[in-house]
Write a protein that binds this ligand. Sequence first.
Ligand SMILES: NC(=O)c1ccc[n+]([C@@H]2O[C@H](COP(=O)([O-])OP(=O)(O)OC[C@H]3O[C@@H](n4cnc5c(N)ncnc54)[C@H](O)[C@@H]3O)[C@@H](O)[C@H]2O)c1
Ligand SMILES: O=C(O)C(=O)C[C@@H](O)[C@H](O)[C@H](O)COP(=O)(O)O
Ligand SMILES: [Zn+2]
Length: 364
Amino acid sequence: MSTVTSETIDVTLGERSYPVWIGRGLLDDHIRWRGALRGRHVLVISNHTVAPLYLERLSRGLDGLKWSSFLLDDGEAHKTFANVGLALDALATLGATRDACVIALGGGVVGDLAGFTAACWMRGIDFIQMPTTLLSMVDSSVGGKTGVNLPAGKNLVGAFHQPRAVIADIGTLDSLPEREYRAGLAEVIKGAAIGDAPFFAWLEAHADALRRRDETTLVQAIATKVRYKAGVVARDETEQGERALLNLGHTFGHALETAGHYTTLLHGEGVAVGMLLAARLSERLGMSTPADTTRLEQLLQSVNLPTRVPSGFDPDQLLALMRLDKKNTAGTLRLILWRGIGHAEIVSGVNENDVLAVLRDATK
Ligand SMILES: NC(=O)c1ccc[n+]([C@@H]2O[C@H](COP(=O)([O-])OP(=O)(O)OC[C@H]3O[C@@H](n4cnc5c(N)ncnc54)[C@H](O)[C@@H]3O)[C@@H](O)[C@H]2O)c1
Ligand SMILES: O=C(O)C(=O)C[C@@H](O)[C@H](O)[C@H](O)COP(=O)(O)O
Ligand SMILES: [Zn+2]
């Protein structure tokens, strides 16, 4: 096997195309990412965990610019509309003009909120993603879905707003806690489960190297997932069709995250459990086989991801939350179901009784 430890992937969207750079030390490669800055104002949005680790290194690249930072408290519970308001105030205080840029330094929470802030300020300014979690490198920094949660559910407010560049410095993963690292692997496995059976088999073969964070294997996994997502986004930027497949496991997962008040399951963990619930529902509807579900379960378990709904969840409450999912239309559930490894499918009009039966079984 070759030992490639850096990759560049283009997200091809006409005038709004952008590169995703993956490699070690990119945070310090100021010449590279300064090229994506157009004006003189920069607001760095980060949080109180990540900023002490990486903001100083980043700020060395902002010499000569007028910049400030806005730091969130840590956690999904802070991905709120109120914090977008405060971030917008920080842009106003900075005196940011239309050519200003927001830099998101952190995981998906920071990236989603920073991107939405950039989408709102003066009806849309540039932003750059500097993801520092595995999950944000393989998923949230790419594709331009930005937004925040409401008490009623996840990501209910947002905008499609593409970044100008994604700088994924894998060196930042050295400080990422183990549980967060594993949560990121869930979104890698998701991509393979949806649309890339050979990648799924590769992940099965490399689960041990991924658990050990072997760098060459990790870069290959990140790049393969990003390339896959970039392709889907290029074909269907605003989720009119195919892009909804990237939501495999998310209708269940988001409901679990919300019902658990963001303290029980991390996003990636919700996706892991949610994919298995979607697989079981698919089996129930005669779309997939128990053998495929078992393969998915074993791969998730091999990288130490949860595969069961934790105790204390109420199936009726979960179903109620699922009714507010953005994919639903005409008052009926629209879910991403599964035909087996590498084949997800959008299914409209899913019968609530079938969903409830799967939820009841999983919460017994
Ligand atoms: N926009 C999208 O397409 C998309 C895709 C997937 C997920 N998401 C969203 O992303 C969010 C989840 O992202 P996440 O898993 O990155 O969670 P996160 O942003 O909460 O980060 C996870 C934890 O790791 C910490 N952290 C981040 N980088 C670190 C580092 N290098 N070293 C040490 N600690 C670090 C954070 O402070 C946090 O405690 C959810 O809100 C989810 O809805 C969005
Ligand atoms: O990029 C997408 O499209 C996705 O669905 C990626 C998901 O992993 C991600 O969690 C996304 O934020 C979910 O979006 P939502 O539309 O269900 O809010
Ligand atoms: Zn996700």
